[in-house]
Design a protein around this ligand. Structure first.
Ligand code: SAJ
Length: 404
């Protein structure tokens, strides 16, 4: 019989909230903790403050049944999950102050036999540092707690499915902690639970995202080479991928989001001499967005020279990847801002996944496509893929909408 009955989920964002809701659905009594009163109020009304398929109904169900309650502060529980953001500071150094703050808030409630697990993406050694912090504040708990790291790996847009079915790497500060954390995740995860130690689990998360960043950087670098060599990069990658051991990803306007564009810096920051290609991959992907902005400006100047008037420019897509409404760390948004800051043209900004934006005045997809002289695809949203290619317009397809 599992002894874990109550869980305190600290951080109710993109990962914490779905995790809390799923744990509640699987019979745990869940206390969700967030420092933002608006978030706490929204959840306790059975509503949600983020967009994720299927999440609203699950939260509502948990709240109505009384097995999911949101609060501003932690409370007594068997398991404490830390699921708060770990951004980076100005110099790309990881900022673990939210993990520290959430841990400090939970420390007064810890008792012998409790389990403390960090899920937040963290630099190597964070779990050990938090263990030291806990035992410094509560020395009497030494050797009585289970402390582990287990990174989340879910893809925004498919979180509820992946939370249950993805495999997980689970690493404790000792063997007993690893086994206890596995006991917890067994309550709602159907994917395989892989045993390791805390440092390896921390590095595993960073490695996954750094690896993807590196592979995208390869595709982005190819796209710049192909532009110069007058080769269609999409066709090239399609053909190269016919080789049984080659699998190149797709180039785009750069790499965005709050994971892949951030996590590799956690390795580079701690191991700057050793992590050379990881650092260069970040540079290549950042440069790709700059390059797209420059290519757009050049196309605008060429148009003006040839036609004697400034072109109307449609910037298609602002999100950080196709078919989502998330603009965080978005290369498309960066490109739009950069081009609009330096040029005095008529710009039509299109983002079908959001209704309005505080900086950009948005235009409907078809209207912009018809009115603009230059069309710049920054994201391959599904709405854009239904448009037909117009030979009489200048089309800059950085996102591979037409793959022309
Ligand atoms: N991208 C490309 N070309 C590609 C694939 C992606 O340019 O071929 C770009 C996207 O447009 C986007 C960026 O990369 O700007 C990141 O998108 P993504 O879909 O690769 O990943 P995320 O950031 O939504 O989610 C990642 C996932 N990690 C991996 O696939 C290794 C997810 O599983 C993690 O849980 C998530 O980061 C996270 O939270 O760390």
């Amino acid at each position: 019989m599992n002894s874990l009955k109550t869980v305190c989920v600290n951080g109710l964002g993109y990962i914490g909230l779905p995790t809390a809701a799923i744990a509640a659905q699987h019979g745990l009594q869940v206390y969700g903790v967030d420092v933002n009163p608006l978030v706490v109020d929204t959840i306790n009304k059975g509503e949600i403050h983020i967009i994720e398929q299927g999440l609203q109904a699950l939260v509502k169900d948990g709240v109505e049944k009384g097995c999911f309650k949101a609060r501003l502060t932690p409370t007594l529980a068997d398991v404490y999950l830390i699921v708060v953001p770990t951004p980076f500071k100005g110099n790309h150094e990881p900022d673990i102050s939210f993990v520290e703050a959430a841990t400090l808030a939970a420390i007064p409630f810890l008792k012998a036999g409790d389990t403390y697990i960090i899920e937040s993406t963290s630099p190597v050694g964070t779990t050990e540092r938090m263990a030291e912090l806990i035992f410094r504040e509560r020395p009497e708990l030494q050797n009585t707690l289970y402390i582990a790291y287990c990174p989340e790996r879910v893809l925004p847009g498919n979180v509820l499915h992946e939370l249950v079915y993805n495999d997980r790497a689970i690493g404790g500060i000792d063997e007993a902690s690893t086994l206890k954390a596995i006991e917890f995740y067994q309550l709602f995860v159907k994917g395989e639970l892989h045993k390791t130690n805390a440092r390896t689990a921390e590095m595993c998360k960073l490695t996954e995202n750094a690896s993807r960043d590196l592979q995208i950087a390869f595709a982005n670098e190819l796209s710049i080479i192909c532009d110069k060599a007058e080769i269609n990069v999409w066709e090239l990658i399609h053909l190269a991928n016919k080789h049984p051991r080659v699998n190149i990803l797709q180039p785009g306007a750069g790499v965005g989001g709050h994971c892949i564009a951030v996590d590799p810096y956690f390795i580079v920051s701690d191991y700057p001499r050793e992590s050379r290609i990881i650092g260069v991959a970040r540079e290549v992907n950042n440069y790709k967005a700059f390059w797209c902005a420059e290519r757009t400006k050049t196309a605008m100047h060429d148009f003006e020279l040839n036609h004697g008037h400034k072109p109307t420019v449609a910037l298609m897509g602002l999100a950080f990847k196709p078919d989502i409404d998330d603009l965080r760390e978005s290369p498309a948004k960066y490109i739009a801002q950069k081009v609009m800051q330096s040029e005095q043209n008529n710009f039509l900004i299109v983002e079908p996944n959001i209704k309005q934006h505080s900086i950009f005045k948005l235009t409907d997809t078809l209207e912009a496509y018809e009115k603009a002289d230059i069309i710049v695809f920054l994201v391959a949203h599904k709405e854009f893929k239904t448009l037909s290619y117009l030979e009489d317009k200048v089309i800059l397809d950085f996102a591979g909408v037409f793959k022309k």
